[in-house]
Design a protein around this ligand. Structure first.
Ligand code: ATP
Ligand code: MG
Length: 265
């Protein structure tokens, strides 16, 4: 897409975490993502916005190969993480997803204890040597997800017994426990009340110091608050991509303007 390449001119290669080139996604005959080319920057929050059905979740799932799990889904084009082709046959999708973590719209804790939900990733990837180290990761991750104080006295209780908002923060804790390099979040706050939303937004801002964060959101206010870059999708295409301030105050494409002013979507 032309806009993305012109906007990215001033960005050095070092700042780019993920590149996507000419990405197409098909569900059977449905061409859901068309020719998407974009550079996702490190240590930056990137918001994906656009009307329902435009392909935000589909494109997000390309970035950690979650679409591999959908049998009718076919991905074409090239996507790299730190310059490495993530669709290369030698890449193990499970390892990839430890580096490129994901938080979904609907909280999906495992049917395990709160502790075991968070410890799961560090355990399967062998990130700790003993129980004390694992305890420390669990506590740190729950603190970062703004959940520790609410659950520290019942770490053995089932994760599924928490409230919706708490479950979502548990899923965020689970995702950050493996110290991912990129965190993909698909409408992570849609089940949260304003207080929990504010906590998660604060967390996203902290995560940006170390990770690339990509967040899908239907809230223009949220995109404006948390992101530095915004990508506007429409009917499977990336229409416009740039600095969040510019996209919201001075969009270049009339479709972007219509969407952010509430005329389409
Ligand atoms: N698992 C799937 N199987 C078949 N088609 C799908 C699947 N997921 C998405 N699609 C189709 O791909 C297109 C893009 O959907 P997607 O869920 O990516 O949109 P979205 O922008 O995330 O929408 P929303 O804002 O409603 O979440 C739609 O036409 C949708 O029907
Ligand atoms: Mg979606």
């Amino acid at each position: 897409m032309d806009d993305a390449s012109t906007i990215e001119r001033d960005v050095t290669v070092k700042d780019v975490k993920i590149t996507a080139r000419d990405v197409q996604v098909y569900y059977g005959d449905n061409h859901a993502i068309k020719d998407v080319t974009v550079d996702i920057l490190d240590k930056t929050v990137t918001a994906f916005i656009g009307p329902s059905g435009c392909g935000k979740s589909t494109f997000l799932r390309c970035l950690n190969r979650m679409n591999d799990t959908i049998p009718i889904c076919r991905v074409e084009g090239n996507i790299t993480l730190d310059g490495e082709d993530i669709y290369d046959k030698r890449v193990d999708p499970v390892q990839l997803r430890a580096k490129v973590g994901m938080v979904f719209q609907k909280p999906n804790p495992f049917p395990k204890s709160i502790y075991d939900n968070v410890a799961y990733g560090p355990r399967i990837h062998g990130l700790t040597r003993n129980r004390a180290e694992l305890d420390a990761i669990v506590e740190k991750s729950l603190r970062r997800a703004a959940l520790w104080d609410e659950v520290k006295d019942r770490l053995d209780a089932p994760g599924t017994g928490l409230s919706g908002g708490q479950q979502q923060r548990l899923c965020i804790a689970r995702a950050v426990a493996t110290s991912p390099e990129v965190l993909l979040m698909d409408e992570p706050c849609s089940a949260l009340d304003p207080i929990a939303t504010a906590q998660v937004e604060e967390l996203i801002d902290e995560l940006r110091a170390r990770f690339a964060v990509v967040i899908v959101t239907h809230s223009m206010q949220q995109a404006a608050r948390v992101s530095q870059r915004t990508a506007f999708f429409h009917l499977g295409s990336l229409v416009e991509y740039g600095e969040t301030g510019q996209i919201f105050t001075n969009p270049r494409d009339p479709r972007t303007e219509s969407y952010i002013t509430g005329r389409i979507g």
